[in-house]
Design a protein. Structure first.
Length: 197
């Protein structure tokens, strides 16, 4: 599951206070575009509407590496050594209360942002092997609506067991990996609207 919420932030340059939409939780299988955000330096970056300053908001984010079965809670570097994060098991219990069954079977880690960024490439390789799978999914998402498999569901949008998403065609030579169902409620709604128009 990937979650975003609005937060109040203060611009470090001019002190202006404003709200910005930031990631709380990222499932890298559902949102592979996050890798590109990191490459471009745009993950959880806020731009001040008053002075235009862009800055990284160093907040707690839970990363789900679904294919690898690893969950990493990334916390501000200044808090990493605090008592709150010294006992990972107590932190697991706290996160379990919020995310419940999603954590079942996951290996769990707590990292500061500096450490996480330093190991980002390793996480990419761990999650995607050669990186090809995530790259193909990211390209298909980027090419939406052209990548939609329009004869599946309604113009490519379908609800399966209560989960809304879209069917995307992947540019793959592997016959077992030519299409994928991406669980994404927002993309489902956009695809339905294309059909209605």
């Amino acid at each position: 599951m990937s979650l975003k919420n609005h937060y109040w932030v203060d611009c470090p340059s001019c002190g202006h206070r404003f709200t910005v939409l930031l990631w709380d939780s990222v499932n890298t299988a559902i949102n592979p575009e996050v890798w590109e955000l990191f490459e471009q330096g745009g993950f959880n970056v806020a731009f001040c509407p008053h002075c235009g300053e862009g800055f990284f908001v160093e907040k707690e984010v839970l990363f789900h590496f679904m294919r690898s079965g690893v969950m990493v809670l990334v916390v501000p570097d200044a808090l990493k050594a605090s008592d709150r994060y010294r006992d990972p098991l107590s932190e697991v219990k706290r996160i379990e209360e919020q995310f419940g069954p999603l954590m079942e079977g996951y290996e769990y880690r707590v990292m500061g942002w500096s450490e996480f960024i330093a190991h980002l490439e390793e996480f990419w390789e761990m999650e995607a092997g050669s990186g090809l799978a995530l790259l193909l999914i990211w390209r298909a998402l980027k090419d939406w609506p052209d990548s939609l498999i329009r004869d599946r569901g309604i113009n490519g949008a379908e609800e399966i067991d209560g989960i809304r998403g879209v069917w995307l065609r992947l540019d793959s030579d592997d016959p077992d990996f030519e299409e994928i169902f991406m669980a994404d409620d927002e993309l489902y709604k956009k695809t339905i609207r294309i059909k209605e128009e």
